[in-house]
Design a protein around this ligand. Structure first.
Ligand SMILES: CC(C)(COP(=O)(O)OP(=O)(O)OC[C@H]1O[C@@H](n2cnc3c(N)ncnc32)[C@H](O)[C@@H]1OP(=O)(O)O)[C@@H](O)C(=O)NCCC(=O)NCCS
Length: 154
């Protein structure tokens, strides 16, 4: 099999230090208040579950999750803008949910901006339900924005 066919369709694999330039580029373009490069370095070092989705050697997106005991927290899920709307965010989310399930996690939590309708639709379809609100959780153009806390029983 040729190398090109070998990496088709998009595949999910663990993130490494070598992915950080591409990951951070996606992060900077995706969010008004992106994580710093150092946060990604820390996530790899801790280590959290850090995965990338790539196609033909090009990094299209990534997901980061912390796990502890019965709980896990999805800390970041992000696709490069040209890669959105192809079901890859759903695939990456399902991959993280399956990983948490395999590790014996009972509940997966995440925070999302109430204005992020795309992400909320994605999470609801995957089985997440709103369980609360964290007041003034996110930076925003004018002051702070609340976070919706979503949870999914695995
Ligand atoms: C949120 C995000 C990960 C979704 O990834 P994606 O690959 O585009 O999503 P999918 O193609 O798997 O679509 C899943 C669902 O999301 C919704 N969705 C996707 N693109 C959408 C769009 N442009 N407008 C509205 N809803 C959309 C739909 O409900 C879709 O379901 P469908 O298949 O019935 O249309 C992606 O938009 C992203 O990276 N956004 C920037 C970073 C971000 O906000 N991350 C979430 C932080 S909590």
């Amino acid at each position: 099999m040729s190398a090109a066919l070998d990496t088709w369709p998009p595949r999910i694999r663990p993130m490494t230090q070598l992915d950080l330039p591409a990951v951070w580029e996606i992060e900077k373009n995706a969010y008004d208040y992106p994580w710093s490069r150092g946060i990604f370095v820390d996530c790899l070092r801790i280590p959290y579950v850090c995965e990338v989705i790539e196609e033909r050697g090009v990094t299209l997106g990534y997901a980061i999750m912390s796990m502890g005991g019965d709980e896990a927290h999805l800390l970041n899920l992000c696709l490069a803008a040209p890669a959105r709307g192809r079901g890859l965010g759903t695939r990456l989310l399902e991959h993280m949910m399956a990983r948490a399930t395999r590790e014996g996690v009972g509940v997966l939590y995440l925070e999302v901006r109430p204005t992020n309708k795309t992400a909320i639709a994605l999470y609801r379809r995957a089985g997440f339900r709103r369980i609360g609100v964290r007041k003034n959780y996110y930076r925003a153009d004018q002051g702070r924005e609340d976070a919706l806390v979503l949870a999914c029983s695995l």
